[in-house]
Structure formats: structure tokens, C-alpha cells
Design a protein around this ligand. Structure first.
Ligand SMILES: Cc1cc2nc3c(=O)[nH]c(=O)nc-3n(C[C@H](O)[C@H](O)[C@H](O)COP(=O)(O)OP(=O)(O)OC[C@H]3O[C@@H](n4cnc5c(N)ncnc54)[C@H](O)[C@@H]3O)c2cc1C
Length: 276
């Protein structure tokens, strides 16, 4: 779509060249959402693609994903076998309601900043305990857990002029066992429920992350694997029926049903039990 209110595009190559933020500015990442609908309030785009951030950086501490890492780059990456959680990357990349054209342009940071309930990069990074690094307009940076970054559909924790720089996934989370479940109303539809379970292979701690069924991610942590009833009760207490998301991609009642059903499947998979 032609954004006919845009009169200027800035293409900084380093932080010092990023122009001072002003009303009507928007960061441009892959542009897959920005150019998909009218943006009457935007006068200038600040393209972050040429800041040259390495897409993926592996260290002993874990994995740093640049905000500008494209979905296709993440999907194609390979990692050390000790990081047994990394099959989640492909599972989440393939949970977009999107073709290869979107995959090759859309970025991890753009998906997270959109803060849509069906944002699969949100599900991935919340499940793996991601920490965001944010550049602030005064030249400094701040850090915030990704689970606190997504506030509501299309609302995130960034203040005007702040830029999401990267998301760090700790090695301890990447070494967890994982189980993934996702459903849409139609075969290639937008996710109506996307749940990820992780389990610490040494201590047995279990975490379940619920996305797409709720307006923002819900994460529940257990010191040990809970019994079926205890897991269901915790979910019911955390998400009353009125707090399930309601849009054309699924009713709250169906989303609640699928959330409880998938949570139990995930519990059984990570406990090594057969579902009842
Ligand atoms: C056909 C189609 C299917 C789609 N399917 C899905 C889907 O299934 N799930 C889903 O969640 N989304 C979906 N989207 C929406 C969107 O394409 C994705 O969320 C995508 O990941 C956005 O990434 P982007 O890099 O293209 O962001 P852009 O379009 O460039 O930016 C999106 C927003 O985030 C801001 N932004 C981007 N990067 C940063 C940053 N680093 N710091 C601060 N702000 C930033 C921009 O200013 C803008 O407001 C779809 C879009 C289309 C057109």
C-alpha cells in the first residue's frame, strides 16, 4: 500500500545517525504490517534495517536475536544439540498466517512490537524467558522481560522514541524440554490458541505459556510437574472466561476449551504420561 502521508524516510547506519524522535515518526522494520493498511498519522519512517545488527548471536549466555532478525533467518538457523528447545523456533515461525513473502520481510522485533495475541514470536520469546533490550531516545538503554513488554493487543511497553534493539534468550531456557500446541479455525488461519510448555531436565520445574487465546501472554510456573486437576485449576484461576480473547478467529468458550485441552496434552507429554 502506498502510504501517501509519508514525506520522508530516514535510513540511519549507526545509532548516532538516528534522528531525534518527533510526532508522526514510526520505526520501519520489515514493513509487512506498516504497508498493509492506511497509516494516516505517519509522516516519517525511520528504517532500522541498515543499522546492521547481526541477526543471531550465540554465546555461552544464550542467544541474542536482533529485533531486525527476519522470520526466514530464524527458521533457517541451526543450533547446538544441547539447546533442545530450538525446534520451537520452526514451530513458531510456521504459526504465522502468512506466505513466504511475509516470512522473508517480517522481523522478530516487528512481530513482538505489534503485540498481537497471535504473535508467534511473542509466544516463543515469552516461553523461553526472553529479555528485551530497548534503546531510549537519550542514548541509553533499558531492559524488560518480554512477558512484561506485551501489554494488550497492539499495545506494548515502549515509550515514544524507544526502539527495541534485541531479545536475549538465556541458555538455561534453551536447554529445557518443550512441547508445543497450536490451533486455528481454518487450516492456514490466524492462531486462536498457541501454548508452549517447558520443563527443566534437571530440577523438573514446569512452565506453561498461553498465547493467542488471551489478549496478552499468560505464563504459569510450577516447581514440579502438577497433577492434571491442579494445572486446570491454576489456568481457570488465572484466566476467567471473560478474559479469553474474542474475535473472528475464535469464541472465548472455544479458546478456553482448547487452552485446557492443550495444557493437559502438554503436561502429559512433558511428564511422560499417556493422556487420559
Ligand atoms: C498477510 C499477513 C499475515 C500476517 N499474519 C500475522 C500473524 O499470523 N501473526 C501476527 O502476529 N502478525 C501477522 N501479521 C502482521 C505482521 O506482518 C507481523 O506481525 C510481522 O511480524 C511484523 O513485522 P515487521 O518487521 O514487518 O513489522 P513492521 O510492519 O515494520 O512494523 C510493525 C510495527 O512495529 C513497529 N516496530 C517494528 N520494529 C520495531 C522495533 N525494533 N522497535 C520499535 N518498534 C518497532 C513499527 O513502527 C510498527 O508500528 C500479518 C501481516 C500480513 C500482511
Amino acid at each position: 500500500m502506498d502510504l501517501n502521508t509519508v514525506t520522508e524516510v530516514a535510513r540511519p547506519r549507526r545509532r548516532a545517525d538516528v534522528p531525534a524522535w518527533r510526532a508522526g515518526d514510526a520505526w520501519l522494520a520489515g514493513g509487512t504490517w506498516l504497508f498493509s493498511e492506511p497509516q494516516p498519522g505517519i509522516g516519517r519512517l525511520i528504517d532500522i534495517a541498515e543499522l546492521g545488527w547481526p541477526a543471531l548471536q550465540i554465546s555461552e549466555q544464550g542467544l541474542r536475536m536482533a529485533a531486525t532478525c527476519r522470520i526466514a533467518e530464524l527458521d533457517a538457523a541451526t543450533f547446538a544439540s544441547a539447546w533442545i528447545a530450538t525446534p520451537l523456533f520452526n514451530q513458531c515461525c510456521r504459526s504465522f498466517l502468512a506466505s513466504f513473502k511475509i516470512w522473508n520481510m517480517a522481523t522478530v522485533g516487528g512481530n513482538v512490537c505489534m503485540a498481537l495475541p497471535a504473535g508467534p514470536m511473542i509466544a516463543l520469546t515469552v516461553a523461553l524467558e526472553g529479555m528485551c533490550t530497548i534503546w531510549t531516545p537519550d542514548g541509553n538503554k533499558r531492559r524488560i522481560a518480554i512477558k512484561d513488554f506485551v501489554l494488550a493487543p497492539q499495545r506494548n511497553a515502549l515509550k515514544p522514541g524507544e526502539l527495541l534493539r534485541a531479545i536475549d534468550l538465556p541458555a538455561s531456557a534453551l536447554r529445557r524440554r518443550t512441547a508445543f500446541r497450536q490451533i486455528s479455525l481454518s487450516p492456514l488461519g490466524r492462531s486462536a490458541a498457541l501454548l508452549i510448555g517447558t520443563r527443566d531436565p534437571e530440577r523438573g520445574a514446569f512452565t506453561i505459556t498461553i498465547t493467542a487465546a488471551t489478549p496478552r501472554p499468560v505464563q504459569l510456573a510450577f516447581a514440579d510437574m502438577p497433577a492434571s486437576a491442579a494445572l486446570g485449576e491454576r489456568i481457570e484461576a488465572a484466566i476467567p472466561i471473560g478474559q479469553y480473547y474474542n474475535d473472528v478467529h475464535g469464541s472465548p468458550a472455544w479458546r478456553r476449551h482448547m487452552t485446557l485441552h492443550f495444557a493437559e496434552q502438554i503436561r502429559c507429554e512433558l511428564a511422560g504420561e499417556n493422556p487420559a
